[in-house]
Design a protein around this ligand. Structure first.
Ligand code: DQA
Length: 142
């Protein structure tokens, strides 16, 4: 059975109450439940992890080495500046799909850059929670 890690970065624990005009009212628990069910229907298992701390996310990425077949990763604001997380993704040799609920290319200037996307196998943005499922499809198709 393929094993997928669904990783969420800072502030994504507040989905549902955080800027609902941008991110909608779906909670992280809703996303995690739906993506787990979606993957299970396709014969894959999912573990979920969220942290507001860069180091905890780096540790989790290191632990994913040899333990997961793929990673669905919404790095939150780390997307735009964390070379440490970029290096963690490029160090572990586990295919990673970057996901954003919102369309980061259509928002503020600083969100248009992702320092993490170049080391990912794909970037999916602007599709809300469906983007996490699309990321599972990308990983399972490999
Ligand atoms: C986000 C977009 C980021 O710019 C922002 O900092 C987030 C959420 C998204 O899912 O659209 O925290 O990654």
């Amino acid at each position: 059975m393929k094993k997928i890690l669904v990783l969420n970065g800072p502030n994504l624990n507040l989905l549902g109450v955080r800027e609902p005009d941008v991110y909608g009212t779906v909670t992280l628990a809703d996303i995690e439940r739906e993506v787990t069910e979606y993957a299970a229907e396709r014969g894959a298992s999912v573990d979920c992890f969220q942290s507001n701390h860069e180091g905890a996310l780096i540790d989790k990425l290191h632990e994913a080495r040899g333990a997961y077949d793929g990673i669905v990763y919404n790095p939150g604001a780390h997307t735009h500046y964390s070379y440490a997380l970029r290096d963690a993704v490029s160090s572990i040799d586990v295919p990673t799909v970057e996901v954003h609920l919102s369309d980061i290319s259509a928002r503020e200037e600083f969100r248009r850059i992702s320092v993490i996307a170049p080391v990912c196998v794909a970037q999916i943005k602007g599709k809300g929670k469906e983007g996490y499922k699309e990321a599972v499809d990308v990983l399972l198709a490999r």
